[in-house]
Structures are given as structure tokens and as C-alpha cells.
Design a protein around this ligand. Structure first.
Ligand code: ZEM
Length: 307
């Protein structure tokens, strides 16, 4: 075991995590991939690893890293996240002491900060399941084709409020939809590798101009194309249109959600504070800790950290 690894049963210390975070920072720049950054897909990996949580049954959540198994990894909702896992594999090889469950969630916090977002509090100590017995059933993640009722159904199951649903949705400042993953196409904002409150601003700014479109695969989404930019002068680069999912649009058509969209569009600091708090809460769902902050696993086979 390398000297900087935590003692058996102990979560890594801040000092031990520093080189892991540095290794994640070093891989974010990916000139050949998407918009040049691994950041957005890493954030989505952490979200999907945690977003399976069900508070009634206390199942799912980021502990366990169940997405390594076909049962969870093969959920169509997780299509494309193999890229995120592959980006992190060299970090896991370099620092075998960190669990996948910790690495996936930690990497998202590193990515958010590097892309200009807030510092998201993060605690280590998650363990990886040894098999797929405790992997949650498929179908627990939200479907972008639906509306406000569906968002409440999915996120109330995790224990989130309306305000928290809207704050979390602000992650759609980042990245894009891929036709070969979700079937939806395009990005929400012009600079999808910079964390900001632009998503909320654009939802409101182009209200009434978001056009419902049916894609070739039958899915419907909303698009905004700046006619002048899209027409493009000879030799000029054409601007790609922006998009919103039906679930994104429900954040402005539902008056309770909308109140928060308006707040976050007007106040980036408030959005950053609320996002940091709710993303930290998401990454902790289903994780039981003792008074020292050590993770306590159900059957108590082995508490705390193990590589
Ligand atoms: Zn997303 N998300 N998401 N999301 N998401 C996509 C992409 C990204 C929904 C959804 O259907 C989709 C949250 C909430 C919700 C990110 C973060 C977070 C895509 C496109 C879809 C379809 C996937 C593709 O094709 O690659 C729905 C319905 C949500 C309910 C509110 C929350 C919460 C997030 C984090 C806190 C991110 C970063 C992306 C971009 C991924 C990438 O590869 O660029």
C-alpha cells in the first residue's frame, strides 16, 4: 500500500485527497471530446450515481458505485456515462485506495469548481459493492420528456423540495444532450463548460421564443435559434441553436418552480450557494455516518473505507 493511502477502515484525509483532486483537474481538459472538457459528463456521472436514492426504502444512492455493473450501468438512462468512468480510470489506477463511489462523487465537485462554480462540500468514505445484489432497480432517474409532476415524483422520492429541484436543475448550465445517448440534441447555454446561472436567464429571456420541435426519433424538445446568427454571413461560423428539455420548460410553466428560476436568474451568488448545498446533499443520500463521520454500511461487514 502506498504511504499516502489511508489506514484500513479510515476515510482518506484532506492531505491524501489532494493528489487525487490534482489528477482529476489534470484530466478535465479534453480537446477532442465534446466541448473540450470532461467536466460536464463527470458531473452527470455523480448525479446519476446518487439520483437512484429512495428515502422510503433507503436504497440507491452514490454508495456502492453500482454503475460498474450491467444491472445499473446498462440502464438506458445511464447511456454515455461509460465515457465519464473511462476518464477516471487512470486516476483509480494511480490511487487504488480511493473507492469508485468516492472518486465519482469527488470528481464532480472538482469539475464544478474548475468550471467556475462553487466549492461543494464533500465527505469521503463510500465503499464499493462487491457484487450487484444491492444495486437499485432501473427506472429511478428522471425522464426529460415529462413535466413538473414527474420531477416532483422523482425528486420527492429522494427527499428534495421544489427549491432544491430548481437549484439542482441549474446543472444544465453544463454540457449537452447527445442523440446517441438520451436521444435529445444540443446544449442549454452557449458556453457549456463554464458554470453560471445562464441556464435560468435563458429560460426566461427566450420565453415565448422556445420552439417545440420533434426530432427524427420522435422525441420533442424546445429550441431557440437566433435567426441572424443561424443564417450566417458568408464564411462566418454558424451559431448552433440552444435547447431545453420538456422538464426544463416545466420549471417556468409551473409557478412554484418559476419563483426559484426567477431568483436564480437574478442572483448568481444565491444560485451558487444553494447549488453547493443541494449538490452536497445529493452526494450524501443514503450514506450513514457515525459520530466521527465514518461511513457505516448496513450489514456491517466492514465499516468505513476499504479499497
Ligand atoms: Zn441532466 N440531463 N437531467 N442533470 N445533466 C442531461 C445532461 C446532463 C435530466 C435529463 O433528462 C438530462 C440533472 C437533472 C436532470 C447534467 C446534470 C444534471 C441529458 C442529456 C438529459 C436528457 C444526456 C445526453 O444525451 O448525454 C432531467 C430530466 C433532469 C431532471 C431535473 C441534475 C440534477 C444534474 C446535476 C446536478 C449534466 C452535467 C449533463 C450534461 C452531460 C454531458 O455529457 O454533457
Amino acid at each position: 500500500m502506498p504511504q499516502n493511502a489511508p489506514a484500513p477502515g479510515a476515510a482518506p484525509t484532506a492531505e491524501q485527497l489532494e493528489p487525487v483532486k490534482a489528477a482529476v483537474r489534470a484530466l478535465l481538459h479534453q480537446p477532442e471530446y465534446d466541448d473540450g472538457s470532461a467536466g460536464p459528463v463527470l458531473v452527470r456521472l455523480a448525479w446519476h450515481s446518487a439520483g437512484t436514492y429512495c428515502k422510503e426504502t433507503n436504497t440507491g444512492g452514490s454508495n456502492g458505485a453500482g454503475m460498474r455493473y450491467e444491472k445499473e450501468g446498462g440502464d438506458p438512462a445511464n447511456a454515455g456515462l461509460q465515457h465519464a468512468r473511462a476518464f477516471l480510470e487512470p486516476v483509480k489506477s494511480q490511487f487504488p485506495f480511493i473507492s469508485y463511489a468516492d472518486l465519482w462523487t469527488l470528481a464532480a465537485t472538482v469539475a464544478v469548481a474548475e468550471m467556475g462554480g462553487p466549492a461543494v462540500p464533500w465527505q469521503g468514505g463510500r465503499t464499493d459493492y462487491a457484487d450487484d445484489a444491492k444495486v437499485p432497480p432501473r427506472g429511478r432517474l428522471p425522464d426529460g420528456a415529462q413535466g413538473a409532476d414527474h420531477l416532483r415524483f422523482i425528486f420527492h422520492r429522494m427527499g428534495f423540495s421544489d427549491q432544491e429541484i430548481v437549484a439542482l436543475s441549474g446543472a444544465h448550465n453544463l454540457g449537452r444532450c447527445h442523440g446517441d445517448r438520451s436521444g435529445f440534441e444540443g446544449k442549454w447555454v452557449n458556453n457549456p463548460t463554464r458554470f453560471s446561472n445562464q441556464y435560468f436567464k435563458l429560460l426566461l429571456k427566450f420565453e415565448g421564443e422556445w420552439k417545440k420541435t420533434t426530432l427524427k426519433n420522435g422525441l420533442q424538445q424546445f429550441v431557440y435559434v437566433d435567426e441572424d446568427l443561424a443564417a450566417g454571413e458568408e464564411g462566418e461560423e454558424k451559431e448552433e441553436g440552444l435547447m431545453m428539455l420538456p422538464t426544463d420548460m416545466s420549471l417556468i410553466s409551473d409557478s412554484k418552480f418559476r419563483a426559484w428560476v426567477e431568483k436564480y436568474a437574478a442572483d448568481q451568488d444565491l444560485f451558487f450557494r444553494d447549488f453547493a448545498a443541494v449538490f452536497a446533499k445529493l452526494l450524501e443520500l443514503g450514506i450513514k455516518r457515525n459520530s466521527e463521520g465514518r461511513v457505516v454500511n448496513d450489514e456491517n461487514v466492514e465499516d468505513g473505507y476499504r479499497s
